[in-house]
Design a protein around this ligand. Structure first.
Ligand SMILES: Cc1cc2nc3c(=O)[nH]c(=O)nc-3n(C[C@H](O)[C@H](O)[C@H](O)COP(=O)(O)OP(=O)(O)OC[C@H]3O[C@@H](n4cnc5c(N)ncnc54)[C@H](O)[C@@H]3O)c2cc1C
Length: 462
């Protein structure tokens, strides 16, 4: 019945029901969930509306899916349902260079926007390290960040309007240009629980006149973190301030041969963009602060090729982990910049206690830590150690006044952690917003909100 109705609406080619097809959609970059009842690949907003109407009539939940690079189980079905994959809605519908904006379908890959905008001297600023694969729909739903979000802001600062299919299958539009409630901001970061994004107007930015990239090495992550805090405290906001510890720098260098030093305790990648005439002064000041905090070397990338190589190494860091471990678990927490040294020290202690190797690569300027805990999935003891140490890192961040996710979102993984950073009233208010958009809780259920057992007030209103 479900299968036939979906095939009648979208065509047989756009509906996947075979167990081997469904299995492919039962996990994302974080974890396995359950297999969906069906996977559909709509080609238009009308297709999405039709699917949502059928799902409603058949009582099936809906799980939107971009590229499946999410790191918290957000695109994974937990209790079956229909997965809507946006792999075929992957066109840039309009690129308005004069007004510096583009309208894109949700399945457009992030980097594809900047590639298309480059001939006009424009780019799309939010640049998650997954940008060669992750989609604008997934980025909007998770409010994705990235190395350059330190100065440009996260996805929410770059979405101008959305086209959304609601839980009835009806289409509505939002725009930040119009008065009234800012529904665009409410939908960004809502992880598919308020509506399904079928197109987005996004902001394009003018490419800067000059870009410089520098590499500083430090004896340890603590001194590098102090330098990061001092650079920002001096009133300089570089376009990116990224840090790697020694374990990570060695893995990245072995994989990319980008020129990362392998003998330093920590490596700081600094990028600044602006007017050419200002760049030397910025370099002098940032170098001075870095050295004041113990930087042992300071190097400027001399060419575009050198800059690209350093960035390729940074953005490919997760891939380089395969060189040192069969599996890794990537934790995502955020603390105040000033508490970074304490947080990093605690991460090191936790890894030592659980006898795990940890590699750190992170958006230091934002205080957004990404410890990668190395383990072997086939060893149950190591799996247990990773789960416990991941939780211990989360607790550390909370104890330092930080939060449970810097950019990867909550999804299935961290939903119970929401009770640690929000009061019952805070969560109940969010739940009421959800009830306005999706009273039946069929849009990406089991995500974002804690399980009812821990927070009775956020159970659905029936
Ligand atoms: C190696 C690696 C590096 C990463 N680096 C970063 C980083 O620097 N910054 C960062 O923020 N994240 C990063 N991530 C995490 C991930 O790439 C982001 O969360 C990304 O935004 C997910 O996009 P996606 O297309 O893969 O979405 P998916 O994983 O498919 O989905 C993510 C969420 O979005 C929802 N969703 C997808 N499409 C829609 C839609 N059209 N409408 C409504 N909801 C939708 C899904 O239901 C799910 O809840 C990284 C991941 C990996 C594997």
């Amino acid at each position: 019945m479900l299968a036939q109705r979906l095939i009648d609406a979208l065509g047989a080619d756009a509906v996947k029901m075979q167990p081997e097809d469904l299995a492919v959609y039962s996990f994302d970059a974080y974890t396995d969930g359950s297999a969906p009842s069906a996977v559909v690949l709509p080609a238009s907003t009308n297709d999405v509306s039709a699917v949502v109407k059928i799902a409603r009539e058949c009582g099936e939940p809906i799980v939107p899916r971009g590229a499946g690079t999410g790191l918290c189980g957000g695109a994974v079905p937990i209790e079956g349902g229909i997965v809507i994959s946006f792999a075929r809605m992957n066109r840039i519908l309009e690129l308005d260079a004069a007004r510096r904006r583009a309208r894109v379908q949700p399945g457009v890959v992030n980097l594809g926007v900047s590639t298309a905008a480059a001939p006009f001297g424009l780019f799309y600023a939010p640049d998650p390290s997954s940008q060669k694969t992750s989609t604008i729909g997934g980025n909007v739903a998770t409010n994705a960040g990235g190395p350059h979000c330190l100065s440009y802001g996260t996805t929410v600062n770059h979405v101008l309007g959305l086209e959304v299919v609601d839980e009835h299958g009806e289409v509505f539009k939002t725009s930040i240009d119009r008065p009234g409630y800012d529904l665009t901001a409410a939908l960004v970061g809502s992880e598919g629980t308020l509506g399904i994004v079928t197109s987005a107007w996004i902001r394009l930015m003018k490419a800067p006149e000059a870009v410089r990239v520098w590499l500083a090495t430090f004896p340890d992550v603590e001194s590098a973190s102090d330098a990061v805090s001092s650079i920002i405290a001096a009133g300089i906001v570089p376009t990116a301030l990224e840090m790697m510890d020694a374990v990570m720098a060695r893995a990245v260098e072995a994989a990319f041969h980008a020129g990362y030093p392998t003998d330093a305790g920590a490596v700081l990648l600094v990028e600044h963009a602006g007017f050419e005439d200002d760049m030397d002064a910025y370099e002098r000041e940032i170098e001075r602060i870095a050295k004041e905090h113990g930087a042992t070397t300071w190097r400027a990338a001399r060419s575009q090729a050198e800059r690209d190589a350093l960035w390729a190494g940074r953005k490919g860091a997760a891939g380089a982990m395969g060189r040192i471990s069969p599996n890794y678990y990537l934790q995502d927490v955020c603390v105040r910049r000033s508490t970074l040294p304490k947080a990093l020290h605690a991460v090191e202690e936790i890894a030592r206690e659980y006898k795990l190797t940890v590699a750190n690569v992170f958006h230091a300027g934002d205080g957004n830590l990404h410890p990668m805990l190395c383990y072997d999935k086939s060893n149950p003891k190591e799996v247990q150690a990773v789960v416990e140490s991941g939780n211990a890192i989360l607790e550390t961040a909370i104890a330092l006044g930080g939060t449970i996710s810097g950019e990867h979102g909550i999804g299935y993984e961290k939903r119970d952690g929401m009770t640690r950073v929000y009061s019952t009233n805070d969560l109940a208010t969010m739940a009421r917003v959800r009830d306005v958009f999706d009273p039946q809780r069929r849009l990406n259920p089991e995500k974002l909100f804690p399980t009812g057992a821990q927070c009775a007030e956020v159970k659905p209103i029936v």
